[in-house]
Design a protein around this ligand. Structure first.
Ligand code: HEM
Length: 324
Protein backbone atom coordinates (compact mmCIF):
# COMPACT_ATOMS: atom_id res chain seq x y z
CA UNK A 1 0.00 0.00 0.00
CA UNK A 2 2.77 2.39 0.97
CA UNK A 3 4.40 2.10 -2.46
CA UNK A 4 1.38 1.12 -4.62
CA UNK A 5 -0.09 3.57 -7.12
CA UNK A 6 -3.53 4.37 -8.58
CA UNK A 7 -6.17 1.62 -8.60
CA UNK A 8 -3.95 -0.90 -6.76
CA UNK A 9 -3.35 1.57 -3.97
CA UNK A 10 -7.07 2.35 -3.67
CA UNK A 11 -7.99 -1.35 -3.52
CA UNK A 12 -5.41 -2.10 -0.80
CA UNK A 13 -6.25 0.96 1.26
CA UNK A 14 -10.03 0.34 1.03
CA UNK A 15 -9.52 -3.04 2.61
CA UNK A 16 -8.08 -1.76 5.90
CA UNK A 17 -9.48 1.79 6.02
CA UNK A 18 -12.78 0.82 7.77
CA UNK A 19 -10.76 -0.31 10.81
CA UNK A 20 -9.59 3.30 11.24
CA UNK A 21 -12.92 5.12 10.84
CA UNK A 22 -13.83 7.71 13.49
CA UNK A 23 -16.37 5.24 14.91
CA UNK A 24 -13.87 2.36 15.20
CA UNK A 25 -11.27 4.61 16.82
CA UNK A 26 -13.86 5.89 19.31
CA UNK A 27 -14.69 2.23 20.10
CA UNK A 28 -10.99 1.54 20.74
CA UNK A 29 -10.65 4.42 23.20
CA UNK A 30 -11.66 2.51 26.36
CA UNK A 31 -9.20 -0.28 25.48
CA UNK A 32 -6.38 2.25 24.94
CA UNK A 33 -7.24 3.97 28.23
CA UNK A 34 -7.24 0.66 30.10
CA UNK A 35 -3.90 -0.42 28.58
CA UNK A 36 -2.33 2.94 29.50
CA UNK A 37 -3.77 2.69 33.04
CA UNK A 38 -2.24 -0.78 33.48
CA UNK A 39 1.18 0.61 32.51
CA UNK A 40 0.73 3.51 34.96
CA UNK A 41 -0.07 1.02 37.75
CA UNK A 42 3.14 -0.86 36.95
CA UNK A 43 5.10 2.40 37.03
CA UNK A 44 3.47 3.39 40.31
CA UNK A 45 4.87 0.20 41.85
CA UNK A 46 8.45 1.38 41.17
CA UNK A 47 10.08 2.59 44.43
CA UNK A 48 9.96 6.39 44.77
CA UNK A 49 12.99 8.11 43.25
CA UNK A 50 14.28 5.08 41.30
CA UNK A 51 15.37 5.85 37.72
CA UNK A 52 13.09 4.33 35.07
CA UNK A 53 13.57 4.19 31.29
CA UNK A 54 10.18 5.46 30.09
CA UNK A 55 10.88 4.40 26.52
CA UNK A 56 11.02 0.80 27.76
CA UNK A 57 8.22 1.08 30.31
CA UNK A 58 5.65 3.23 28.47
CA UNK A 59 6.57 4.39 24.97
CA UNK A 60 7.08 0.83 23.63
CA UNK A 61 4.55 -1.26 25.54
CA UNK A 62 1.50 0.94 24.82
CA UNK A 63 1.65 0.97 20.98
CA UNK A 64 2.73 -2.68 20.93
CA UNK A 65 -0.25 -3.66 23.06
CA UNK A 66 -2.65 -1.55 20.94
CA UNK A 67 -1.49 -2.79 17.55
CA UNK A 68 -1.13 -6.31 18.97
CA UNK A 69 -4.79 -6.09 20.04
CA UNK A 70 -5.91 -4.66 16.66
CA UNK A 71 -3.96 -7.19 14.56
CA UNK A 72 -4.50 -10.14 16.94
CA UNK A 73 -0.77 -10.76 17.54
CA UNK A 74 -0.51 -13.40 20.32
CA UNK A 75 1.32 -12.17 23.42
CA UNK A 76 4.20 -14.60 22.98
CA UNK A 77 4.95 -13.28 19.44
CA UNK A 78 4.96 -9.58 20.37
CA UNK A 79 8.56 -9.25 21.63
CA UNK A 80 9.97 -10.91 18.51
CA UNK A 81 8.04 -8.48 16.33
CA UNK A 82 9.37 -5.57 18.34
CA UNK A 83 12.98 -6.58 17.71
CA UNK A 84 12.35 -7.23 14.02
CA UNK A 85 10.42 -3.99 13.44
CA UNK A 86 13.14 -2.00 15.24
CA UNK A 87 15.56 -3.43 12.71
CA UNK A 88 13.28 -2.55 9.77
CA UNK A 89 13.59 1.12 10.75
CA UNK A 90 17.33 0.90 11.47
CA UNK A 91 19.25 2.43 8.57
CA UNK A 92 22.61 1.44 10.12
CA UNK A 93 22.25 -2.31 9.40
CA UNK A 94 24.50 -3.83 6.74
CA UNK A 95 22.70 -5.13 3.63
CA UNK A 96 23.30 -8.70 4.91
CA UNK A 97 21.82 -7.90 8.32
CA UNK A 98 18.83 -6.16 6.71
CA UNK A 99 18.22 -9.13 4.42
CA UNK A 100 18.44 -11.61 7.30
CA UNK A 101 16.00 -9.44 9.25
CA UNK A 102 13.56 -9.40 6.32
CA UNK A 103 13.65 -13.19 6.16
CA UNK A 104 12.86 -13.37 9.90
CA UNK A 105 10.07 -10.85 9.42
CA UNK A 106 8.40 -12.94 6.70
CA UNK A 107 8.81 -16.13 8.77
CA UNK A 108 7.08 -14.48 11.72
CA UNK A 109 4.30 -13.10 9.53
CA UNK A 110 3.70 -16.55 8.00
CA UNK A 111 3.57 -18.00 11.51
CA UNK A 112 0.99 -15.38 12.51
CA UNK A 113 -1.08 -16.10 9.38
CA UNK A 114 -0.98 -19.84 10.15
CA UNK A 115 -2.06 -19.20 13.77
CA UNK A 116 -4.98 -17.04 12.68
CA UNK A 117 -6.02 -19.28 9.82
CA UNK A 118 -6.31 -22.15 12.31
CA UNK A 119 -8.10 -19.99 14.88
CA UNK A 120 -9.62 -16.82 13.42
CA UNK A 121 -10.42 -14.04 15.87
CA UNK A 122 -12.09 -10.64 15.91
CA UNK A 123 -8.96 -8.90 14.56
CA UNK A 124 -7.57 -7.37 11.39
CA UNK A 125 -5.29 -10.30 10.55
CA UNK A 126 -8.32 -12.62 10.43
CA UNK A 127 -10.21 -10.10 8.24
CA UNK A 128 -7.29 -9.82 5.82
CA UNK A 129 -6.93 -13.62 5.65
CA UNK A 130 -10.65 -13.85 4.85
CA UNK A 131 -10.21 -11.23 2.11
CA UNK A 132 -7.38 -13.34 0.65
CA UNK A 133 -9.20 -16.66 0.97
CA UNK A 134 -12.43 -15.41 -0.61
CA UNK A 135 -10.51 -14.87 -3.87
CA UNK A 136 -13.27 -12.35 -4.54
CA UNK A 137 -12.79 -11.82 -8.25
CA UNK A 138 -9.77 -9.55 -7.95
CA UNK A 139 -11.20 -7.46 -5.11
CA UNK A 140 -9.33 -9.33 -2.36
CA UNK A 141 -5.61 -9.66 -1.62
CA UNK A 142 -3.08 -11.61 -3.67
CA UNK A 143 -0.85 -14.19 -1.95
CA UNK A 144 2.00 -11.64 -1.81
CA UNK A 145 -0.21 -8.72 -0.72
CA UNK A 146 -1.49 -10.51 2.40
CA UNK A 147 1.88 -10.71 4.22
CA UNK A 148 2.97 -7.32 2.82
CA UNK A 149 -0.14 -5.60 4.15
CA UNK A 150 0.29 -7.21 7.55
CA UNK A 151 3.91 -6.13 7.68
CA UNK A 152 2.92 -2.55 6.87
CA UNK A 153 0.25 -2.47 9.57
CA UNK A 154 2.46 -4.01 12.24
CA UNK A 155 5.57 -1.99 11.48
CA UNK A 156 3.69 1.30 11.00
CA UNK A 157 1.82 0.73 14.25
CA UNK A 158 4.83 -0.34 16.36
CA UNK A 159 7.76 2.02 15.98
CA UNK A 160 6.34 5.41 15.03
CA UNK A 161 4.00 5.96 17.98
CA UNK A 162 6.83 4.95 20.35
CA UNK A 163 8.89 7.90 19.17
CA UNK A 164 6.06 10.43 19.51
CA UNK A 165 5.41 9.36 23.13
CA UNK A 166 9.17 9.54 23.80
CA UNK A 167 9.58 12.99 22.19
CA UNK A 168 6.45 14.48 23.75
CA UNK A 169 7.43 13.39 27.28
CA UNK A 170 11.03 14.45 26.76
CA UNK A 171 10.16 17.89 25.35
CA UNK A 172 7.64 18.59 28.09
CA UNK A 173 10.12 17.66 30.82
CA UNK A 174 12.89 19.68 29.19
CA UNK A 175 10.63 22.76 28.83
CA UNK A 176 8.85 23.38 32.16
CA UNK A 177 7.00 26.44 30.76
CA UNK A 178 5.45 24.31 28.00
CA UNK A 179 4.57 21.58 30.50
CA UNK A 180 2.91 24.24 32.67
CA UNK A 181 0.64 25.19 29.74
CA UNK A 182 -0.35 21.53 29.34
CA UNK A 183 -0.99 21.00 33.05
CA UNK A 184 -3.00 24.20 33.49
CA UNK A 185 -5.21 23.34 30.52
CA UNK A 186 -4.14 26.47 28.58
CA UNK A 187 -3.03 23.97 25.94
CA UNK A 188 -4.70 20.58 25.53
CA UNK A 189 -2.78 17.30 25.41
CA UNK A 190 -3.91 17.14 21.77
CA UNK A 191 -2.05 20.44 21.20
CA UNK A 192 1.06 18.90 22.76
CA UNK A 193 0.76 15.88 20.45
CA UNK A 194 0.44 18.08 17.32
CA UNK A 195 3.38 20.30 18.26
CA UNK A 196 5.51 17.21 18.96
CA UNK A 197 4.56 15.79 15.57
CA UNK A 198 5.50 19.08 13.94
CA UNK A 199 8.76 19.86 15.74
CA UNK A 200 9.96 16.28 16.23
CA UNK A 201 8.21 14.08 13.64
CA UNK A 202 8.54 10.36 14.38
CA UNK A 203 9.66 9.77 10.82
CA UNK A 204 12.32 12.34 9.97
CA UNK A 205 12.96 10.98 6.51
CA UNK A 206 10.74 8.59 4.57
CA UNK A 207 12.54 6.47 1.99
CA UNK A 208 10.86 4.13 -0.54
CA UNK A 209 9.26 6.88 -2.59
CA UNK A 210 9.85 6.93 -6.35
CA UNK A 211 8.66 9.52 -8.87
CA UNK A 212 6.02 7.94 -11.12
CA UNK A 213 6.13 10.85 -13.58
CA UNK A 214 8.50 13.79 -13.95
CA UNK A 215 7.92 16.22 -11.07
CA UNK A 216 8.76 19.89 -11.63
CA UNK A 217 9.64 21.75 -8.43
CA UNK A 218 8.86 25.45 -7.90
CA UNK A 219 12.57 26.33 -8.15
CA UNK A 220 12.75 24.77 -11.64
CA UNK A 221 14.51 21.52 -10.67
CA UNK A 222 12.96 18.35 -12.06
CA UNK A 223 12.78 14.95 -10.34
CA UNK A 224 12.64 12.58 -13.29
CA UNK A 225 10.34 9.55 -13.41
CA UNK A 226 11.92 6.58 -11.60
CA UNK A 227 14.22 8.64 -9.38
CA UNK A 228 14.12 7.82 -5.64
CA UNK A 229 12.81 10.49 -3.27
CA UNK A 230 13.66 10.87 0.40
CA UNK A 231 10.82 12.88 1.93
CA UNK A 232 12.30 15.10 4.69
CA UNK A 233 9.29 15.75 6.93
CA UNK A 234 11.46 17.15 9.73
CA UNK A 235 12.79 19.93 7.52
CA UNK A 236 9.41 20.76 5.97
CA UNK A 237 7.79 21.07 9.39
CA UNK A 238 10.32 23.69 10.49
CA UNK A 239 10.29 25.75 7.32
CA UNK A 240 10.01 29.48 8.14
CA UNK A 241 7.74 30.07 5.11
CA UNK A 242 5.23 27.81 6.81
CA UNK A 243 5.74 28.41 10.53
CA UNK A 244 7.45 31.78 10.65
CA UNK A 245 10.78 32.94 12.09
CA UNK A 246 10.25 30.90 15.28
CA UNK A 247 9.62 27.65 13.38
CA UNK A 248 12.36 25.92 15.41
CA UNK A 249 10.75 26.78 18.74
CA UNK A 250 8.57 24.19 20.48
CA UNK A 251 5.34 26.04 21.22
CA UNK A 252 2.19 24.15 22.19
CA UNK A 253 0.11 27.32 21.75
CA UNK A 254 1.15 27.72 18.10
CA UNK A 255 -1.84 28.88 16.05
CA UNK A 256 -0.90 27.14 12.79
CA UNK A 257 -0.58 23.49 13.73
CA UNK A 258 -0.15 21.97 10.25
CA UNK A 259 2.66 19.49 9.65
CA UNK A 260 3.68 16.63 7.39
CA UNK A 261 4.43 14.07 10.13
CA UNK A 262 1.72 11.77 8.74
CA UNK A 263 2.60 12.45 5.11
CA UNK A 264 0.26 14.00 2.59
CA UNK A 265 -2.38 13.22 -0.03
CA UNK A 266 -3.70 9.78 -0.95
CA UNK A 267 -1.05 8.02 1.16
CA UNK A 268 -1.80 10.10 4.28
CA UNK A 269 -1.22 7.87 7.32
CA UNK A 270 -4.23 5.67 7.99
CA UNK A 271 -3.26 5.24 11.63
CA UNK A 272 -3.11 8.98 12.43
CA UNK A 273 -6.31 9.06 14.56
CA UNK A 274 -5.18 5.99 16.50
CA UNK A 275 -1.66 7.36 17.04
CA UNK A 276 -3.07 10.72 18.22
CA UNK A 277 -5.40 8.95 20.66
CA UNK A 278 -2.59 6.78 22.09
CA UNK A 279 -0.11 9.60 22.61
CA UNK A 280 -2.66 12.02 24.13
CA UNK A 281 -3.88 9.29 26.51
CA UNK A 282 -0.32 8.36 27.53
CA UNK A 283 0.51 12.01 28.30
CA UNK A 284 -2.71 12.74 30.14
CA UNK A 285 -2.39 9.72 32.42
CA UNK A 286 1.37 10.05 32.94
CA UNK A 287 1.33 13.70 34.03
CA UNK A 288 -1.82 13.13 36.14
CA UNK A 289 -0.40 10.17 37.99
CA UNK A 290 3.16 11.50 38.41
CA UNK A 291 2.97 15.26 38.99
CA UNK A 292 6.63 15.38 40.09
CA UNK A 293 7.97 13.48 37.05
CA UNK A 294 11.44 14.69 36.04
CA UNK A 295 14.26 13.79 33.67
CA UNK A 296 16.94 11.74 35.43
CA UNK A 297 19.76 13.00 33.17
CA UNK A 298 20.60 16.40 31.64
CA UNK A 299 18.50 16.85 28.48
CA UNK A 300 21.55 17.28 26.24
CA UNK A 301 23.01 13.91 27.29
CA UNK A 302 20.17 11.84 25.83
CA UNK A 303 21.32 10.12 22.63
CA UNK A 304 19.21 9.79 19.47
CA UNK A 305 18.56 6.35 18.01
CA UNK A 306 21.11 5.85 15.23
CA UNK A 307 18.91 5.75 12.14
CA UNK A 308 17.95 8.37 9.61
CA UNK A 309 14.31 7.26 9.56
CA UNK A 310 13.03 7.30 13.16
CA UNK A 311 13.34 10.21 15.55
CA UNK A 312 13.57 9.07 19.17
CA UNK A 313 16.04 8.57 22.03
CA UNK A 314 17.95 5.43 22.88
CA UNK A 315 16.72 5.78 26.46
CA UNK A 316 14.41 8.15 28.30
CA UNK A 317 15.53 8.06 31.96
CA UNK A 318 13.11 9.69 34.41
CA UNK A 319 12.24 9.80 38.11
CA UNK A 320 8.58 9.21 38.87
CA UNK A 321 7.78 11.34 41.91
CA UNK A 322 4.09 11.27 42.65
CA UNK A 323 4.21 14.54 44.63
CA UNK A 324 4.12 17.77 42.58
C1 HEM B 1 2.62 8.78 15.33
C2 HEM B 1 2.63 7.67 14.70
C3 HEM B 1 2.68 7.55 13.21
C4 HEM B 1 3.37 8.31 12.30
C5 HEM B 1 4.27 9.48 12.58
C6 HEM B 1 3.08 7.77 11.00
C7 HEM B 1 3.56 8.28 9.83
C8 HEM B 1 3.22 7.83 8.56
C9 HEM B 1 3.74 8.36 7.34
C10 HEM B 1 4.74 9.49 7.24
C11 HEM B 1 3.17 7.68 6.33
C12 HEM B 1 3.44 7.88 4.83
C13 HEM B 1 2.53 8.93 4.30
C14 HEM B 1 2.84 9.32 2.88
O1 HEM B 1 3.43 8.53 2.15
O2 HEM B 1 2.47 10.44 2.49
C15 HEM B 1 2.29 6.69 6.91
C16 HEM B 1 1.54 5.81 6.19
C17 HEM B 1 0.81 4.82 6.78
N1 HEM B 1 0.62 4.61 8.13
FE1 HEM B 1 1.33 5.72 9.63
N2 HEM B 1 2.23 6.72 11.14
C18 HEM B 1 1.96 6.55 12.47
C19 HEM B 1 1.15 5.60 13.07
C20 HEM B 1 0.50 4.63 12.37
C21 HEM B 1 -0.30 3.60 12.98
C22 HEM B 1 -0.57 3.45 14.49
C23 HEM B 1 -0.76 2.84 11.96
C24 HEM B 1 -1.61 1.61 11.99
C25 HEM B 1 -2.01 1.00 13.02
C26 HEM B 1 -0.29 3.39 10.71
C27 HEM B 1 -0.57 2.90 9.46
C28 HEM B 1 -0.16 3.48 8.28
C29 HEM B 1 -0.49 2.95 6.97
C30 HEM B 1 -1.32 1.72 6.67
C31 HEM B 1 0.12 3.79 6.03
C32 HEM B 1 0.08 3.66 4.50
C33 HEM B 1 -1.04 4.48 3.92
C34 HEM B 1 -1.04 4.45 2.41
O3 HEM B 1 0.00 4.22 1.79
O4 HEM B 1 -2.13 4.67 1.83
N3 HEM B 1 0.48 4.49 11.01
N4 HEM B 1 2.33 6.82 8.28
Amino acid sequence: MLTAYGADHRRLRRMVAPAFSARRIAELKPAVQALAAELMDELAAVPEGQVVDLRERLAYPLPIAVIGHLMGVPQEQRDDFRQIVDNVFDSTLTPEQAQANNLRLFEHIEQLIATKRAEPGDDMTSLLIAARDEESGGAGLTAAELPDTMILMISAGYETTVDVIDQAVFTMLASPAQLGLGRSGEASWADVVEETLRAEPAIKYLPLRFAVTDVKLPDGQVITAGEPILAAYGAANRHPDWHGADADAFDVTRRVKDHLAFGYGVHFCLGAPLARLEVAEALRQLFDRFPGLSLAAPADTLRPIPTLISNGHQKLPVRLHTAG
